[in-house]
Design a protein around this ligand. Sequence first.
Ligand code: NAG
Ligand code: NAG
Ligand code: NAG
Length: 471
Amino acid sequence: MFSNLVVCSALAALAAVLGVNGQSVIVPGAPWKDTSGNPIQAHGAGILKVGSTFYWFGEDKSHNSALFKAVSCYSSTDLVNWSRHNDALSPISGTMISTSDVVERPKGRFDRIRQPFQSLNIQLPHDPVLFNSKNSEYVMWFHSDSSNYGAAMVGLATATTPCGPYTYKGSWKPLGADSRDEGLFQDDDGTAYLLYASDNNQNFKISQLDTNYYNVTSVVSQLNGATLEAPGIVKRDGVYWLIASHTSGWDPNPNKAFHATSLSGPWSSQADIAPESVRTYYSQNAYDLPLGSNAIYMGDRWRSNILGSSQYIWYPLDFSSGMPQIVPADVWSVNLAAGTYSVATGTAYEAESGQMAGSSRLLSGSGFSGGQAVGYLASAGNGGSVTITVQGRGTAQWVSLYIANGDSTWRNTTISVNGGSSIVLDQPSTGGGNVVLSIPVQLNLRSGSNAITFSAGQSNYAADLDKIIVY
Ligand SMILES: *[C@@H]1O[C@H](CO)[C@@H](O)[C@H](O)[C@H]1NC(C)=O
Ligand SMILES: *[C@@H]1O[C@H](CO)[C@@H](O)[C@H](O)[C@H]1NC(C)=O
Ligand SMILES: *[C@@H]1O[C@H](CO)[C@@H](O)[C@H](O)[C@H]1NC(C)=O
């Protein structure tokens, strides 16, 4: 019996590590592996659907370097299990998409530019590829820039298959003006548009593409002084919804929605898609994929100093209230046939009901569920910890830690299940003021009672722990 349990949990752990079993749920913020067991490297996501297959294009940042490595291409029929293909676009020396540019931090007037781009010479748009039926080819647009961010161009590449590889066609300033953060939108009649931060990121523009999708022909909308980045558009019942972030470097900000019944406007004033304080659940919009009468918000949780460890934040974007709202589901799934989503329910355990030890202290705050959390976890030399007893099902289970980290930098916490060896979970800044965000971790729980100890044996402070939810 005992050895069976050990074998089972070892197998579950191995399967979880290798990712060989596939997944049936989306867990925003969790490391996401492809069907070969490698971390998905497709930041700044863009999705293309061909038949019943989805293609996910993104930036491969696995080298944690500032230089362009590749535009990756993954495919899936369920949005959860993704297989990696050949790279869609690779560096070419002596061109605007080389790996050899000098990399420096931008200064002065570029400080407000979204910093993930500042040291890259290429950036995917948020709708990276369009199929042009006139020419039977796939057309990829991307943000093409010099290492000091001074070029501010779009780049173009084409292919005859979804993953290519794509042939690079060139980089230029659309209509002679800056283009940095950008996206594409293809309307029902096939007309396509470039959405882009222009004029030193001050003015946001929407320009129509020619029928080849090789160039822009005219500006159809200009939002002066809007300072928008990371744009995407979804069309719902004849209404165009522009989802975009503002400019705050690597740090997250409250992304916004604008709507109009024509791409030439007039555009509404901005509205929140999530409570402002959570800063879009520490993410920046990358792509918005229609799902039935709703959509899926696909964002990036950037980690500026370990770019390849930036996680994907995908949430339902629900339109049932008439205004798009992110549903901050810890664990959820998509029914593609029905065009619906369902949010998993778990069991919540308050940290203040756990067993506190060492320096840990009860904290009060209106942002905490039950008005309390446990803080001063893992203070230097005094080992503050809290142990929470939860019920498990004898398998690998998702557990969400609801945390508050008022620092501007990340923290981390150790986690030990039933006295086993500790793992370390990274904890982003939550922005202060007792703002709480949930951070997922997969733990092997035995059937019945489990004691989970947080922050024992670490010297750096962990985030304050409000509660955990076991799924
Ligand atoms: C992913 O693939 C696994 C099998 O490898 C399957 O069990 C699982 O249901 C798939 N996920 C979805 C969402 O279809
Ligand atoms: C795009 O169109 C403009 C004119 O609007 C032209 O000057 C420019 O050369 C074109 N760029 C490319 C790459 O075709
Ligand atoms: C945890 O955070 C501390 C301080 O923030 C850092 O020094 C340490 O390297 C981190 N540990 C891991 C395993 O990332």
